[in-house]
Design a protein around this ligand. Structure first.
Ligand code: GLN
Ligand code: ZN
Length: 771
C-alpha cells in the first residue's frame, strides 16, 4: 500500500505552556506586576512555540485560534459581541477579564482599608465543557440579543501564524455549540432561536479568513455527541447551508468529538460541508458507517489517538484497522479531540517510575504517534519499524507488568458478595440507633472537613517536601494546627467536629499517594479553567491499601475532645473521576478496586473508635455520560462502589457524604440509593430550591443544606442563615436538618471563616430556641 499523503492534524493543543507560563503571566498581570504588553508577548511566544513544536513533529495541518488567554468559549462571546451589560463597552482585554473573573471597583479609604463597592459585576458562570474537567464561561443571551463581529482573534492569529511561515487551519467553536452552551435569564427562551442572527457574524469572520488566505477551517460542533435534538439539528442545517453559500471558497471541516455521531449520523452526513472529524476512540464502530455513506469527496479526519487520556497507543493495532480503509483517500489522522485535555510533554517527567513513563504519551508524544501512523500507512510499516517495535514493547510490557497486576486485588474483587454493599438495617432504623448514641441537639452543626490552607500550612508542606523541615518538625506543626482547630471548634460550640485536613495536599492526591496503582507527575498540568491547572494522578495499576491512611490524624484529633470528630475520606467515584484512569479495565472495575481500598479505611477508622465517617463524592455527578441512555449503567456502578465503601460498618456508625454541585433533580434516585445517613450539599446560592427534589422524593436520610457560600470571601449574617434555614424547613422535617457550610473551607482565610462559623452556630441556636 502506498499513498501520497495522509496528513496529520492536531485539532488543537494545550495553551498553558509546558511550565505553565501562561498561568504565571496571567496572574502577574492581574496582580498589576506586569503590563498588558508583557502578557500579550508571553501569549505570542507560547503560540509560536506551539506552532514550531507541531511543525517539528511533522504535523501537517496546524491549527490557529486554538490558543486562548482564558477560555475559547469566552473568546467566542467576545468575537460575536455577546457581552452582557456591566462588563464594558469595548470587546477588549478589560471586558474579557471582567467577564472571566468579575470586576470590583475597589477604593482605598482614609484609614487605608480597601472598600469594595456594590457596583462590581460577578464573573460569568462557569461550567464543565462536556464531560471534561475543563470549564468554560457560560455565554449569556437576552431574547433581544444582537450579534456583531467585535473581535478578530481568529483572523489575527491566522495572520500571526502566516507571518511566522505557518499556513494554519483556524479553529472556531461552532455557532450551534456556542448557542447551545449558553443561557438566558428568561427561562422559556431557547438560545438556539438566535441562530439566524449569529450566522452573519460567522459568515463575516470566515470571509475575512478566506480573504486572508485560509482554505480550510475547523468548526467544532461537539453537540453532535449529545442526544439528538430537533432544534439543534435544525440549527446545524440552517447554519452550514448558510455558511456554504456565504463563503463558498472556504472549506469547512466540522469536528464532532467526545463520542459517536450515533443518532446524529444522518444529520452530520447531510450537512453541506467539505469534511468531518470523527472520534474513533470513544466510538470506533462508527467508522464503517461513515466510510460507507459519506460523500466520496469529503475529507474524513480520523480521531484514532486518545485526546482524553495519556496512554501510549498500540500503533500496530491501529494500523491493522486503518490499512484496509486508506485507499479511500481524502483521509487525515488526528487525536480523538483537541489535545487541550492532556498534559504537554512526557519528557519533562524526570522522577516518574521508568516503566510507567514508558507506557505514557502526552500531547507532543501523541503528535509523534500520529506521524508514525501516517508514515506507516503511506510508506509502509517497514519504514517505521523501530517506532512500532518500541510502541508494541511498551504496550506489551504494560499488559504483563507486575506493577499493574495484583492477584490479591483481583481475587478479592471476584469474591465480593452483594451483601457487602448493604448496611445491616434500613436508614430509618439506623437513624434511631444513632440518635440514641449521639444525642445531638436539634439542627446539629458541623463543617465539611477542611479548614483554611493558610500560607503557613502550605509553606510547611513545601519545606517538608524540600527537606527543610524534618518529618518530626512537620508532624509537630500539623499537630499544633489540628489541636488549634479542635479547641476552636469546641469553643464556638460546633456539635460535630473535623480535624481540618491540614496534612492533605489535595483530596485525591493524598489518598493516591498512599495507595498502590497510582503515579504522580511533576509537570503534567492540564487546564481546568483560566489560569487554574490540575495535575491528575495517573491510575495505572490495581489499587490496594497497604495500611491505614487517615487513622492517625483522626485519632489524634479525637483524643483532644469528647465531641465526635468525623473520619474524613474521599470516595471511590471522585478518586476515579479526578484521575487519568487506565484503559485496560472497565472504569466500573477500577472504581470497585478503589472502593475496596477505601472500605478498608472505613473499617480501620471504625475499629479505632470513629463514630462518624464522611465519604466525599464531590465528583459523582460529573462522571455522568453525555448521552442519557448511558446514565443508568454509570449510576449503577458508581452508587454500588460508594455502598461498597460505606457498608462494612455497624448501624451505630454514622456515614456522611458530601457533594458540591447544584443539580440533583435528575439523579436523586441514585443519591438516595447511596444510602448514606447524612448528606451535605451546596445550596446557599440556590435559595434552598435544590431541596425541592429531596422533598418531592421524600429523601429518607438527614441533610445538611449549605448555608454559607464558601466561594465568596464574605461573612454571612446570622439573619441570612436563619432565613435560608427557614426555607429549608419548608421543605424538610426538622429532624432531618443539619447546619453546615456549602463545602470545605480550605480556600478561605481564618479572618472570614471564624466570624462566619460563629454566626452559623448562632443561627442554629436561634432555630433551637424557636422550634
Ligand atoms: N472534605 C473536603 C473538604 O472539606 C471536601 C471537599 C469537596 O467536596 N470538594 O475540603
Ligand atoms: Zn464540596
Amino acid at each position: 500500500m502506498s499513498l501520497n499523503s495522509l496528513p496529520v492534524a492536531t485539532l488543537g493543543t494545550p495553551r498553558i505552556g509546558s511550565k505553565r507560563e501562561l498561568k504565571f503571566a496571567l496572574e502577574s498581570y492581574w496582580s498589576g506586576k506586569t503590563s498588558q504588553a508583557d502578557l500579550l508577548q508571553t501569549a505570542a511566544e507560547l503560540r509560536a512555540i506551539n506552532w514550531a513544536r507541531q511543525k517539528a513533529r511533522g504535523v501537517d495541518i496546524i491549527p490557529s485560534n486554538d490558543f486562548s488567554l482564558y477560555d475559547h468559549v469566552l473568546d467566542t462571546s467576545l468575537m460575536v459581541g455577546a457581552i452582557p451589560a456591566g462588563y464594558g463597552e469595548a470587546a477588549d482585554l478589560d471586558t474579557y477579564f471582567a467577564m472571566a473573573r468579575g470586576a470590583q471597583t475597589a477604593q482605598v479609604c482614609g484609614h487605608g482599608h480597601v472598600h469594595h463597592h456594590g457596583l462590581g459585576v460577578p464573573a460569568q458562570e462557569m461550567t464543565k465543557w462536556f464531560d471534561t474537567n475543563y470549564h468554560y464561561l457560560v455565554p449569556e443571551f437576552t431574547s433581544d440579543q444582537t450579534f456583531r463581529l467585535s473581535a478578530f482573534k481568529p483572523l489575527d492569529e491566522f495572520l500571526e501564524a502566516k507571518s511566522l511561515g505557518y499556513h494554519t487551519r483556524p479553529v472556531l467553536v461552532g455557532p450551534v455549540t456556542f448557542l447551545r452552551l449558553g443561557k438566558s435569564p428568561t427561562a422559556d427562551f431557547n438560545p438556539l432561536s438566535l441562530i439566524d442572527r449569529l450566522i452573519p457574524v460567522y459568515a463575516d469572520i470566515l470571509t475575512r479568513l478566506c480573504e486572508a488566505g485560509a482554505d480550510w477551517v475547523q468548526i467544532d460542533e461537539p453537540v453532535l455527541a449529545l442526544d439528538h435534538d430537533a432544534a439543534t439539528a435544525q440549527a446545524l442545517q440552517t447554519t452550514y447551508a448558510a455558511l456554504a453559500e456565504a463563503v463558498p471558497d472556504l472549506k469547512i471541516l466540522v469536528a464532532g468529538y467526545f463520542g459517536g455521531l450515533d443518532d446524529n449520523l444522518d444529520l452530520a452526513l447531510s450537512l453541506p460541508i467539505a469534511g468531518l472529524h470523527l472520534d474513533l476512540i470513544r466510538a470506533p464502530e462508527q467508522l464503517s458507517a461513515v466510510l460507507a455513506r459519506a460523500p466520496a469527496e469529503w475529507v474524513l479526519s480520523l480521531g484514532v489517538i486518545d485526546g482524553r487520556n495519556i496512554w501510549r497507543a498500540d500503533l500496530d493495532s491501529i494500523l491493522d484497522r486503518l490499512e484496509p480503509v486508506v485507499s479511500r483517500g481524502h483521509l487525515q489522522l488526528a487525536p480523538s479531540c483537541s489535545l487541550l485535555h492532556v498534559p504537554i510533554d512526557l519528557d519533562l517527567e524526570d522522577r516518574l517510575d521508568l516503566d510507567v513513563k514508558s507506557w505514557l504519551a502526552f500531547s507532543l508524544q501523541k503528535m509523534e504517534e500520529l506521524k508514525t501512523l501516517s508514515n506507516g500507512l503511506t510508506r509502509g510499516r517497514h519504514t517505521v519499524h523501530a517506532e512500532l517495535v518500541a510502541a508494541t514493547s511498551a504496550t506489551e510490557a504494560r499488559k504483563y507488568s507486575r506493577k499493574v497486576h495484583n492477584d490479591k486485588v483481583r481475587t478479592r474483587l471476584s469474591a465480593i458478595t452483594p451483601q457487602a454493599s448493604r448496611r445491616g438495617s434500613p436508614v430509618s432504623d439506623r437513624a434511631k440507633v444513632q440518635r440514641d448514641r449521639f444525642r445531638l441537639p436539634a439542627f446539629p452543626t458541623t463543617t465539611i472537613g477542611s479548614f483554611p490552607q493558610t500560607a503557613a500550612v502550605r509553606q510547611a508542606r513545601s519545606a517538608y517536601a524540600k527537606g527543610d523541615l524534618t518529618a518530626a518538625q512537620y508532624d509537630t506543626f500539623l499537630k499544633a494546627e489540628t489541636e488549634r482547630a479542635i479547641r476552636w471548634q469546641e469553643e464556638i460550640g460546633l456539635d460535630v467536629l473535623v480535624h481540618g485536613e491540614f496534612e492533605r495536599n489535595d483530596m485525591v492526591q493524598y489518598f493516591g499517594e498512599q495507595l498502590s496503582g497510582f503515579a504522580f507527575t511533576r509537570h503534567a498540568w492540564v487546564q481546568s479553567y483560566g489560569s487554574r491547572c490540575v495535575r491528575p494522578p495517573v491510575l495505572f495499576g490495581d489499587v490496594a491499601r497497604a495500611e491505614p491512611m487517615t487513622v492517625a490524624w483522626w485519632r489524634y484529633a479525637q483524643s483532644l475532645t469528647d465531641k465526635p470528630v468525623k473520619g474524613m475520606l474521599t470516595g471511590p467515584v471522585t478518586i476515579l473521576n479526578w484521575s487519568f484512569v487506565r484503559d485496560d479495565l472497565p472504569r466500573a472495575t477500577v472504581c470497585r478496586q478503589i472502593a475496596l481500598a477505601i472500605r478498608d479505611e472505613v473499617a480501620s477508622l471504625e475499629a479505632a473508635g470513629a463514630r462518624m465517617i464522611q465519604i466525599d463524592e464531590a465528583a459523582l455527578r460529573e462522571g455522568l455520560p453525555l448521552r442519557r441512555r448511558d446514565w443508568d449503567s454509570y449510576l449503577d456502578w458508581a452508587v454500588e462502589a460508594f455502598r461498597l465503601t460505606a457498608s462494612g460498618v455497624t448501624d451505630a456508625t454514622q456515614i456522611h457524604t458530601h457533594m458540591c454541585y447544584s443539580e440533583f433533580n435528575d439523579i436523586l434516585d441514585a443519591i438516595t440509593a447511596m444510602d448514606a445517613d447524612v448528606i451535605s450539599i451546596e445550596t446557599s446560592r440556590s435559595k434552598m430550591e435544590l431541596l425541592d427534589a429531596f422533598a418531592a422524593r421524600s429523601y429518607p436520610a438527614e441533610i445538611g443544606p449549605g448555608v454559607y457560600d464558601i466561594h465568596a470571601p464574605r461573612v454571612p449574617e446570622v439573619s441570612e442563615m436563619v432565613h435560608l434555614l427557614a426555607l429549608a424547613r419548608q421543605r424538610l422535617d426538622d429532624g432531618q436538618i443539619w447546619i453546615n457550610p456549602d463545602c470545605g473551607l480550605k480556600t478561605r482565610g481564618w479572618a472570614e471563616v471564624r466570624p462566619a462559623l460563629v454566626n452559623m452556630v448562632a443561627a442554629a441556636k436561634k432555630l433551637r430556641g424557636r422550634f
